[in-house]
Design a protein around this ligand. Structure first.
Ligand code: HEC
Length: 103
């Protein structure tokens, strides 16, 4: 029984090894979390459902875009975000991940 297990494990690792050896490229996307005023609010209000990368994956966007996204989270997904935090998060996202446009 133990011998069988060992054989099985080594088979599994051989397969894994073969996969790593082949030319598969795993995309690695790095993203920078910009610390600063407002990040605490993002941390407390946005990251219980998805990662930070999921948010800034959108790329630089307008203030209006971020405003609508926060509204979408509140309306569609029932994110418990009050008006005060909405504003703090919006300012944060626009400052660090904005494209300079209001609309
Ligand atoms: C209650 C859970 C929840 C909270 C809290 C939440 N989100 Fe989301 N968010 C979701 C879900 C679910 C999706 C995936 C929607 C989809 O795939 O269509 C999502 C997707 C997104 C997207 C991807 C674009 C899109 O429209 O789907 C962005 C950007 C985003 N959230 C931003 C935020 C921000 C900013 C906050 C904080 C203000 C936040 N989220 C808080 C649940 C949440």
């Amino acid at each position: 029984m133990i011998k069988k297990l060992i054989l099985l494990t080594s088979l599994v690792s051989v397969t894994l090894f073969a996969q790593v050896k082949s030319n598969v490229e795993v995309p690695y996307i790095s993203y920078e979390i910009k610390m600063g005023k407002g990040f605490d609010a993002v941390n407390a209000n946005c990251l219980m459902c998805h990662s930070f990368g999921y948010i800034i994956n959108q790329g630089p966007q307008s203030r209006d875009f971020w405003d609508k996204k926060i509204n979408k989270m509140i309306k569609d997904f029932k994110a418990p975000i009050d008006a005060k935090n909405h504003k703090i998060i919006l300012n944060y996202l626009y400052k660090h991940y904005g494209n300079g446009k209001l609309k």
